[in-house]
Each structure stands twice: as structure tokens, then as C-alpha cells.
Design a binder for this molecule. Structure first.
Ligand SMILES: [Zn+2]
Length: 69
């Protein structure tokens, strides 16, 4: 497993080859899930959690607006 801060000179993925990738670690502020890996994938992790939590929150607001469960 790669360590945080490590620069990986070359990573081959199904979509292409990444060069000089820094390994980063981030946690979702909403649920605390943690991801470690390339920035490119970290972006997907953040975007995915953002979309997910926004969706769940909007569902909650709709339910609340309709008078609760
Ligand atoms: Zn999350």
C-alpha cells in the first residue's frame, strides 16, 4: 500500500497512465469515511460523497416539508 505524500512516478489505470501522482488521504466531513489514493480519485470520492449527502439531505427536507414520517 502507498503512503500519504508519496509521489508515484507512474500509475497505469484502465483509462490511462498517470505520472508523478501524489498519494493523498481525505475524510468526508459529513460521514467521516476516509479515502487514500490519487488526487484524481480523491476528487471522485469528494464529488460522490457531496452528491450523496446532498441527495439524502434533500430527501430529508422533502419529507419534513410534507409533515414528517
Ligand atoms: Zn460522506
Amino acid at each position: 500500500m502507498k503512503e500519504v505524500g508519496e509521489i508515484v512516478s507512474e500509475i497505469e489505470t484502465p483509462t490511462g497512465i498517470y505520472y508523478d501522482c501524489e498519494i493523498v488521504q481525505i475524510s468526508c466531513p459529513a460521514c467521516g469515511e476516509t479515502f487514500k489514493g490519487m488526487k484524481r480519485s480523491a476528487g471522485g470520492f469528494i464529488a460522490g460523497h457531496h452528491a450523496y449527502h446532498e441527495f439524502v439531505n434533500s430527501q430529508d427536507l422533502i419529507i419534513e416539508a410534507m409533515g414528517g414520517v
